[in-house]
Design a protein around this ligand. Structure first.
Ligand code: GDP
Length: 302
């Protein structure tokens, strides 16, 4: 249900246009595929994925000798899921192991929904019975610390913080120590996302990795990159850049509810072998959903 509601914009725009296409054409021909291609590009599915999909569809149409456009919606859904699942196998589960302190690092540029995602994730984990702590490592953006503290209050989770402008690595170091001492299950660390200066960002993230690794050898266990779905292809560029400076283990695609270009999920999948682990479907505490390609694609056509 959450998926269905959150995808309203993409569905209204993309699906109704596909339906319209199916009714208008009735017969599957070259022109039908051309218009379908255009619709998929508009939904930000990405050029390569669109080409791959169109090829797969044409093959299937020929193999099964399909003439009629009815049934094309389900064929499109089927092939979209097939494409999503065709790359290197990826898990959308968080790498959380019982009996240890699990450290999650959240990265992403300002405004993409990093802080909000951390709050929602804390709520989810608490609901699963885990103890959670947050580290206010975005000491750069004005108000970021306060905003995290508000989420901490809302979810009844402790937030380790220092003054604005202090060293993020120091805050995170303190938080790891505190979380260990208190036997916390999951520590989620916010970071500052200053992409303007790649060298600075790299140095900062390296330092954060180092201080975490000093306390827990194999941590951080997850580096999650928050990307704003409404920024379309720009999100892809951010993903590529962050992946160059740090080893991103998963993507959280935020604000999917605010865009008709939900196809960006497939473009990300095609360009990078990084799983989308969660999607943001609203501003509320419950609006973070684990990503499931089938639910997603069928949500588009529901
Ligand atoms: P940060 O700078 O990356 O920490 O971004 P914030 O967490 O402050 O989020 C920026 C804005 O995006 C806020 O107004 C959030 O409420 C909003 N936001 C975050 N995630 C979502 C989402 O999934 N859907 C919608 N509609 N808004 C979101």
């Amino acid at each position: 249900e959450k998926f269905k509601d959150g995808l309203t914009k993409t569905r209204d725009s993309f699906t109704s246009k596909v339906n319209d296409l199916v009714f208008r054409f009735r017969v599957v021909d070259e022109e039908f595929f051309e218009e379908l291609e255009e619709l998929l590009l508009q939904a930000d599915v990405g050029f390569e994925t669109v080409m791959e999909l169109i090829d797969l569809l044409k093959e299937e149409v020929q193999r099964k000798n399909i003439k009629d456009t009815t049934g094309m919606q389900s064929l499109i859904s089927e092939k979209l899921v097939e494409i999503y699942n065709s790359g290197e196998e990826v898990s959308s589960e968080l790498n959380i192991v019982e009996g240890r302190l699990n450290v999650i690092l959240m990265v992403g540029v300002n405004g993409v929904g990093k802080t909000t995602t951390i709050g929602k994730m804390a709520a989810r984990l608490k609901k699963e019975g885990k103890t959670v702590m947050l580290a206010a490592g975005d000491t750069f953006r004005a108000g970021a610390i306060e905003q995290l503290v508000v989420w901490g209050e809302r979810t009844d989770v402790e937030v380790v913080r220092q003054a604005e402008g202090s060293d993020p690595a120091a805050v995170i170091f303190d938080a790891v120590k505190a979380a260990k001492k208190r036997n916390v299950d999951v520590l989620i660390c916010d970071t500052a996302g200053r992409l303007q200066n790649k060298v600075n960002l790299m140095n900062e993230l390296e330092k954060v990795h180092r201080v975490i690794g000093r306390e827990i050898e194999d941590a951080p266990h997850e580096v999650l990159l928050a990307l704003d779905a409404t920024t379309g292809q720009n999100a892809l560029i951010q993903a590529q850049t962050f992946n160059e400076v740090t080893n991103v283990t998963g993507i959280v695609l935020t604000k999917l509810d605010g865009t008709a270009k939900g196809g960006i999920v497939l473009a990300i999948r095609n360009k990078l072998d990084i799983p989308v682990k969660f999607v943001g479907l609203g501003e509320g505490i419950d609006d973070l959903q684990p990503f499931d390609p089938e639910k997603y694609v069928y949500g588009l056509f529901a």
